[in-house]
Design a protein around this ligand. Structure first.
Ligand code: ATP
Ligand code: MG
Ligand code: MG
Length: 349
């Protein structure tokens, strides 16, 4: 069978490699660590720096198609890899999605509503932006943020200096604070032929900036604006000429969906699709990058809930395993506070 190259060896790589194996593909992981959650399930693991363009090119040469499960990759090094083998999603899609200013600008140019925002390079620009956008507001680093890290809230203009200090004076965006009751995500898979599918819109609950719970189907306000958010998300995927799974996060605004951010990869809020949908996000990502037809995204039950297992939770595993409708996934990571150790999906028939 063919070999799929996956850059990044975390739990997303692990679940991608499992889906690839089911379709008869071998996975070759490239990651800077000596090992990781994907190590047990891949055929080959190459340890190498993400900045090492030569090593990345040799890795691509050893594969038939290359993808990534981690978005904070240096696009300059990847640009060389892209020409060696089929590379999906494209480096251009990654370049936009990994930068909050580029992604918000891109959304705005495609008539997708965002919070008011401004790109910030200096303390003076931050002062001006706060004067224009007002408070409360959120200052986020343009790159490298995840799980709410690299961002700080400003309650008043007095917070400007402390906020700039808190993010280390890095290139950033200032966003007006959006008042919403609920947030949700749209997971889209788009094939090489431009056909796309979307799963049920996922309602997400965060705890301390980290995704805690994802549920489908949508209810209330989310259900009312789900079709519009899916249409926006597919338009984004089309505009990026995207191949693979794209996750788009939304706030339920009073007048419709408000774009928050996108991830150019399989996404934590799509883990429920492994048991909760006919075809999982991981399988459809593999199908998409390999040029195969995409599978059905239909729900397998009336209701599906995915709970993240964060930090030390091992004492709960026996009780979860004893539940009739629970599917426990563990990533084989050592425990750290705030670390995603696994998840459990409950499908209600
Ligand atoms: P992720 O782990 O999803 O990648 P992240 O670190 O990239 O998270 P965001 O998704 O930008 O960060 O923000 C984290 C959370 O903070 C959001 O899910 C939302 O609850 C809240 N938030 C972010 N931006 C805004 C905003 N402009 N107005 C109100 N709340 C916001
Ligand atoms: Mg993010
Ligand atoms: Mg987010």
């Amino acid at each position: 069978g063919s070999t799929i190259g996956i850059i990044g060896g975390g739990q997303l790589g692990r679940m991608l490699a499992i889906a690839a194996a089911q379709l008869g593909y071998r996975s070759h992981i490239y990651a800077p660590e000596a090992s990781g959650p994907a190590a047990e399930v891949c055929a080959v693991w190459t340890q190498g720096d993400y900045e090492n363009a030569d090593a990345l090119r040799r890795f691509a040469e050893a594969c038939d198609v290359v993808t990534y499960e981690f978005e904070n990759l240096p696009v300059a090094a990847l640009a060389q890899t892209e020409g060696v083998r089929a590379f999906h999603p494209s480096v251009e899609a990654l370049r936009i999605a990994q930068d909050r200013a580029l992604e918000k600008g891109f959304a705005g140019r495609h008539d997708i509503p965002t919070a008011r925002w401004s790109a910030i390079n200096t303390l003076d620009e931050l002062r001006d932006a706060v004067a224009g956008i007002g408070t409360p507001a959120i200052l986020k680093t343009r790159r490298f943020g995840y799980d709410g890290k690299g961002q700080v809230r400003l309650q008043s203009p007095d917070d400007v200096e402390a906020a700039w200090q808190a993010i280390g004076g890095q290139p950033a965006v200032l966003e007006g604070f959006v008042r919403f009751d609920v947030e949700y995500s749209v997971i889209v898979a788009r094939g090489r032929d431009g056909e796309s599918v979307a799963w049920d819109v996922v309602t997400n609950v965060h705890d301390d900036g980290i995704l805690a719970l994802s549920t489908v189907p949508a209810e209330g306000q989310v259900a009312a604006q789900a079709a519009e958010a899916v249409a926006h998300s597919r338009r984004l995927a089309d505009a990026l000429d995207y191949v693979g799974v794209l996750a788009v996060e939304w706030f339920a605004g009073a007048h419709g969906p408000i774009f928050n951010e996108m991830a150019p990869r399989v996404h934590n809020s799509g883990h429920w699709t492994i048991e909760g949908a006919t075809t999982s996000q991981f399988e459809n990502h593999i199908r998409a990058i390999c040029g195969l037809p995409l599978g059905s995204t239909a729900l397998t039950g009336r209701r599906v809930a995915m709970e993240n297992l964060i930090g030390a939770q091992a004492d709960r595993w026996p009780a979860i395993l004893a539940e009739r409708d629970a599917h426990l996934h563990l990533y084989g990571k050592s425990v750290r506070p705030g670390r995603k150790m696994g998840h459990v999906t409950r499908v209600t028939l």
